[in-house]
Design a protein around this ligand. Sequence first.
Ligand code: THU
Length: 158
Amino acid sequence: MKKKINICYEAYSALSELPDADRLLVERAQQSAKDAYAPYSKFHVGAAVLLDDDTVVTGNNQENAAYPSGLCAERVAVFYALASHPKAEIAAIAIAAFSDDSQLKTPPFPCGACRQVLAEYEYRQKKPIRFIFHAQSGKTVVMEGVDNLLPFPFVSGG
Ligand code: THU
């Protein structure tokens, strides 16, 4: 039997088109990207996590000379958020990136490992997370719920 999965997202072409709350969160992510430690890839990613009590926790990619030892911005941000606010729920996450080498046209969609991590936190809180991915060019993708990002997650014992 052939099945189809639909994913839903909103697409914007400029930051100014976004709802205020999303735009403000993107600006926090952009700010955080400036603090990334990315001397190897020169690809600076910032993530801003909005918690249900309106706290915003930010994180950015942290690289290492032993490449796999580094960590993506999304995981730095959500691990930090949940480590310091263990009872909090994640309302939204904005991701922004810039490269020292070129103007990025594609929104910084998370890598597979980050999607798996984001999925687990959404399942744990049983409430969809709003995701906002913003490219330097202005192109922005917004989606509600991790199923739109990772339709077939790994589920232990599932
Ligand atoms: N990176 C992120 O921070 N998030 C992702 O989802 C993918 C990639 C970082 C890892 C590395 O420091 C740089 O971007 C280039 O891959």
